[in-house]
Design a protein around this ligand. Sequence first.
Ligand code: S5P
Length: 476
Amino acid sequence: MNIDSRLEELIIKLYEVEGVKFGDFKLKSGIQSPAYFDLRVIVSYPQLMREVSQVLWEVAKNAQKFVSICGVPYTALPIASVMSVDNNVPMLIRRREAKDYGTKKMIEGKYEKGDVCLVVEDVVTSGSSVYETVELLNEYGLQVKDAVVLLEREQGGTERLKKDGVNLHSVITMTQLVRVLKKHGKIDEKMFDSVLKFVAENRFDKPTKGSGDIPANKAKAAMTFKERANLCSNSVSKKLLEIMEQKQSNLAISVDLTNCKDILQMVEQVGSKVCIVKTHADIIDDFNEEFVEKIRELAQKHNFLIFEDRKFADIGKTVLHQYKGGVHKIADWADITNAHTVPGAGVVKGLKKAAGNRQRACLLIAEMSSSGNLAKGDYTKATVEIAKENSDFVIGFICQHKLIDDPVFIHMTPGVKLGEGTDSLGQLYITPNDAISVNKTDVIIVGRGITEALDPVSEAELYRKAGYDAYLERLV
Ligand code: S5P
């Protein structure tokens, strides 16, 4: 049996014995959760116990050499016992409370100072119970380099333990669990979405940093664009993520040409390769209503969204008129626009008001690609807060790094070119792989890399593939 179907069977079995339940549960911490785990029940199913022990032993092969194993009390105690006996590896027992007579030892079993011990756990949420056991083993002179867990809830435990020097190896992640249960009709789409939303919103390591020093969100199992689309309440972000999945494209082209004919020609050529066409209406010499009609037709034909890169940056009252009125009447034709947050949240409120009932969305410029720009540190952090407070209209960021874990926010990165480099006016380029795979953003925005290429169509295909491949790599 291959590993995937073995894990699928295991997940279904855990569900059938009610080790995993779905509904509305109040956790010890007081928060409501759509999923609840009680894996103690495994002791009543010897075959399941053996299977759990075997899969944990399989992942333990990724650990550094160890001489003993120790289960976190209580659920993992019997699991560790089976692993110990089946694989002829010595076990240690960690006491919960010290005996009030005799030696008062908290660790039972035979060990030498400096021995490396593998910790075994059933479920990891924040990582704190694994760490308590690690600390105690350390007090007794044992080293812990790795821990194995059956279910990683993806709420920050892996990262927390890593910081404390312990590598956590998991058999199943929460995302895998709900994916399999949905696939087999055990939970519906709504429950699937609410579990993933719960996980994203209840991480113990929510990033608070807001600038270039943000660490890539490494261990969180990435969600697909489609899965994220299902979580979106703004219809524009939902549609965009669906297009990205359908067209296998997270490429936005920035068509910074200065006359309508050239722009429309370029868009007709590369439209099938992109999820977004980005414009700068105010650099078009002959901007007119016919252009608007034609580009909307092309958007229908090639299934992309239009993003007018207007970078609003004034008080709410002024941007309201700039967005819906003036020569360009942007709110009438662009699905997405963007804003600087230097004026504060009023800029977003003004744009939202101007959008009215139209299906529109806004990106906030949280970081920039240009050399010496000031969008960093506290400014970036404050921008993320404005986005969170206006998430019905703000669907994401113009940025260089992933800034927030919430899967409904889309991170778009300009200043992208195959081959990096700069231009003569301070633009700094990174590669598609750096943006998507390393910095964990979602969409690459490419201008001259495509529009100035000898063969823009082939070049667009190169960028599409580079961006999407980097995204697929992130999913693994
Ligand atoms: O920080 C930014 C934000 C934006 S929206 N840096 C940028 O370069 N942009 C825009 O992305 C810029 O206005 C231009 O339209 C595009 C980059 O074009 P390229 O030719 O340098 O790829």
